[in-house]
Design a protein around this ligand. Structure first.
Ligand SMILES: [Cu+2]
Length: 150
C-alpha cells in the first residue's frame, strides 16, 4: 500500500478505535523503596499504524507523577525527568523497567503497601487515555547496578 492511501485510511478511523484497540499494556507493577515515592513499571505495546506518545501520568495517590529515565553516569545511577514524554513507535513495544525508563510517583499521600493496587491514568494524547491499577510488589534493589534506585 502506498503511504498516501495509508494516511487516508487512518484519517477515517475514529479516535476511540485508535486509542482503545491499539495500546496493549502488560507486566505492570509498582515498587516503593521509601514512604514518599514509588516507581511504576510496565510494557506498552503499540499495535497501531501510527506512533503513540505517552505525555503524562497522574495518580490520586501522589502529589506529582513524572516520567523518568535512569542513566548510568560512570557507574553512578542518576534519574532525569523525560519532559517530552515517551514515544511508542507503531508496531513496537517500550518496556518501562527498573534501571530504565519508569513512571515516578513523588509525594505519596500515604506509604503504599505490598499487594495494594495503585491507580494510574496514562495520557497518550491522540491515542487516548488509559486508566489502570497496578499492584505493589516487593522492592528489590537492583543487583547489577549495585545502587538503590528509590
Ligand atoms: Cu525515578
Amino acid at each position: 500500500m502506498r503511504p498516501t492511501a495509508c494516511a487516508a485510511i487512518m484519517a477515517l478511523l475514529p479516535l476511540a478505535a485508535i486509542g482503545g484497540e491499539t495500546l496493549v499494556l502488560s507486566d505492570g507493577h509498582v515498587r516503593s523503596g521509601n514512604p514518599r515515592s514509588a516507581a511504576a513499571y510496565l510494557a506498552i505495546e503499540n499495535r497501531g499504524a501510527g506512533d503513540c506518545h505517552l505525555r503524562a501520568v497522574e495518580s490520586e495517590l501522589a502529589a506529582r507523577v513524572e516520567l523518568h529515565r535512569t542513566l548510568d553516569e560512570g557507574g553512578v545511577m542518576k534519574m532525569v525527568p523525560l519532559a517530552e514524554g515517551i514515544t511508542i513507535p507503531a508496531g513496537e513495544t517500550r518496556h518501562l523497567r527498573q534501571g530504565g525508563d519508569h513512571v515516578m510517583m513523588m509525594g505519596l499521600h500515604a506509604p503504599v503497601a505490598e499487594g495494594q493496587l495503585v491507580p494510574l491514568s496514562l495520557d497518550f494524547g491522540d491515542c487516548g487515555t488509559v486508566a489502570l491499577q497496578l499492584p505493589v510488589t516487593p522492592h528489590v534493589t537492583p543487583r547489577r547496578q549495585g545502587a538503590a534506585h528509590h
